[in-house]
Design a protein around this ligand. Structure first.
Ligand code: PAF
Length: 291
């Protein structure tokens, strides 16, 4: 695995691989890697990448004033080892001054998608994500890039950004990877106390209940949202949002239509904020029966 921290270093390597005929996949991360991140490397290959570039960069612009950038876990050597073990070809490890050259003042913003869900409690977050993802895609120039579905709003922001700015890259969503009891893998799970960790499974249970209710005929978003909310509240979670939305626009829905919807949750346990989501799909029979 080639490790580089310079723009020219990663660019030259990617161009060389592409000249040799490789289809280059890109997995951007903020490090502190767990098994969920590593499956994104596999997902890149499944989507057709013959070589994979990963980046580890803790992006300062996506942290808000109250969010502790300095406390974010960092383990570049451990991350490099894990990425090597799953056959990553190139690791890009830029310092802040490389991603944001001195005097940098350009920001990428989206008008509407960040005005929902996580954007409400983290108003700076998606502007920072959009800015750094634009920079990283411009530096690496991959054929495809993989973003985890766990951060579903981020995935939709990136899809929109790539479409709007005509960026020549295919965006691939990587399925959510779960612990044995269903909790979605996240670097933040490490902050949960043993009791919080046991109760945090309520997010997955609430989403499973919602998916089962839709399969059994429920279509009303208000009923689905109330059930998810009460399931998480009963486990002692502080629910920030429990919503049923259009999967592309993230606009609130009043009912799950024939083409389905997405259920999304943000729940706090103590100081730890967890997010999760799942597709809601009416059964084919119900779809066919509707006009
Ligand atoms: O999902 C993440 O780890 C980050 O938000 C990303 C996409 C690497 C941008 O910093």
């Amino acid at each position: 695995m080639i490790i580089t921290s310079s723009v020219d270093g990663v660019r030259q390597e990617v161009r060389r691989l592409q000249r040799e005929g490789a289809r280059v996949g890109f997995v951007p991360t903020m490090g502190a890697l767990h098994a969920g991140h590593l499956t994104l490397v596999e997902e890149a290959r499944r989507a057709g990448a013959t070589r994979v570039v990963a980046s580890v960069f803790v992006n300062p612009t996506q942290f808000g004033p109250g969010e502790d950038l300095d406390a974010y876990p960092r383990d570049p050597e451990g991350d490099a080892e894990k990425l090597r073990s799953v056959g990553t070809d190139v690791l890009f490890l830029p310092p802040v001054a490389v991603m944001y050259p001195p005097g940098a003042e350009t920001r990428v913003t989206l008008e509407r998608l960040p005005q929902h869900l996580c954007g409400l409690s983290r108003p700076h977050h998606f502007g920072g994500v959009a800015t750094v993802v634009t920079g990283l895609l411009n530096v690496v120039g991959p054929d495809l890039a993989v973003f985890g579905e766990k951060d579903f709003q981020q995935l939709q922001v990136v899809r929109r950004l790539v479409r709007d700015l005509h960026m020549p890259v295919q965006v691939v969503g990587g399925p959510i990877v779960r612990e044995a009891d269903g909790l979605a893998m996240s670097s933040r799970n490490a902050y949960l106390s043993p009791s919080e960790r046991a109760r945090a499974v309520c997010l997955h249970q609430a989403l499973t209940d919602a998916a089962e209710a839709v399969a059994a005929g429920e279509r009303g978003a208000a009923a689905l949202e109330a059930a998810m909310r009460s399931r998480c509240a009963a486990a002692g979670g502080e629910v920030e949002y429990a919503v049923v939305v259009d999967p592309d626009t993230l606009d609130a829905l009043s009912e799950v239509g024939p083409s389905g919807a997405r259920a999304l949750l943000a729940v706090r346990f103590g100081r730890t904020r967890l997010i999760d989501n799942a597709p809601l799909r009416p059964p084919d029979g119900a779809r066919a029966a509707r006009p």
